[in-house]
Design a protein around this ligand. Structure first.
Ligand SMILES: Nc1ncnc2c1ncn2[C@@H]1O[C@H](COP(=O)(O)OP(=O)(O)OP(=O)(O)O)[C@@H](O)[C@H]1O
Ligand SMILES: [Mg+2]
Length: 276
């Protein structure tokens, strides 16, 4: 699989207030392959959002470089190309919805790209179907639930036909049902071939990724498969992170002498292990 995103020795320093610089990222090296689902976790202020903003040139490196499909994000002439290839979804769906009708909102991006109306109509239908929101296309977004709104926001990004979706805590403001709807949609999109970078503080969401990247004080401190990362229960706790509930329960049971596999990180795995 080809490399879609390549980050080399990335450093990011914010000017900060009164000349007090904030070093938000140092020595970040990360490659994301086409089709991969990478979850990014880390405590507050560890640099997750700063990293995400580099992936579609919302901010530029103060050291090192970030390549998107081979394009350096500092290449000012290619910035719209980069933003079309890497779509961003943020925490608050209300800030991302601009139109009064769902389908108009989804059409907004491709309209700005100057795409012909018939093609836009096709893309809007396709995007809404992909997030399972087709039946709401004529609705007003303000009447939708948080999870539905966030899926409309994702459809708006999909209508640009990106190669990669970067989602920065897209479920942080949603109830459990909305969280599940959004995560299910993201998993489906990844199965359709879209590369996913998913920032979350819900560890049970990171479990579904192919790879987990753990950030700590502006650096990547761990990376591995979900099983490799979440089996390190004590280490994650020392870092101030949660672990998926199933991994935590399994670790407790292991301490009490139960012979449970170290790789148990999801509810299903735990159930199967306890009730074979
Ligand atoms: N615009 C800014 N100006 C100055 N400092 C900033 C700015 N944005 C972020 N920072 C600082 O950079 C560091 C990394 O912030 P960032 O928002 O990337 O972390 P995060 O991991 O996304 O945190 P959270 O979990 O709270 O969303 C923090 O110390 C933060 O205070
Ligand atoms: Mg953040």
């Amino acid at each position: 699989m080809g490399e879609l995103i390549k980050i080399e020795n990335l450093r990011h320093t914010y000017p900060g207030y009164e000349g007090r610089e904030v070093v938000a990222l140092t020595d970040i090296n990360l490659t994301v392959n086409q089709g991969e689902f990478v979850a990014v976790i880390g405590t507050n202020g560890s640099g997750k959002s700063t990293l995400a903003k580099h992936l579609n040139a919302l901010i530029l490196p103060t050291g090192g470089r970030c390549l998107v499909n081979g394009i350096d994000t500092t290449d000012a002439e290619r910035v719209w190309d980069i933003r079309q290839q890497v779509g961003m979804v943020f925490q608050n769906p209300d800030n991302q919805i601009v139109a009064a009708v769902v389908e108009e909102d989804v059409a907004f991006g491709p309209e700005n790209l100057g795409i012909p109306p018939a093609e836009i109509a096709r893309r809007v239908t396709e995007a809404l179907e992909l997030v399972n929101m087709e039946e709401y296309r004529h609705h007003g977004p303000h009447l939708l639930s948080g999870g539905q709104k966030q899926r409309v926001a994702i459809a708006g990004v999909l209508a640009m036909r990106p190669k990669c979706l970067v989602l920065d805590e897209p479920t942080a403001m949603l109830d459990p049902r909305g969280r599940k709807e959004v995560l299910d949609s993201v998993c489906r999109l990844n199965k359709e071939g879209i590369t996913v970078v998913y920032i979350t503080h819900f560890m049970e969401e990171a479990v579904v990724a192919h790879r987990v990247v753990v950030m700590e004080q502006g650096q990547i401190s761990l990376t591995g498969t979900p099983a490799e990362i979440f089996s390190q229960v004590e280490r994650l706790k020392t870092m101030g992170l949660d672990v998926p509930p199933a991994a935590e329960v399994a670790a407790c049971l292991r301490k009490r002498g139960l012979k449970l596999d170290k790789n148990i990180i999801s509810d299903e795995q735990l159930v199967v292990a306890l009730c074979p």
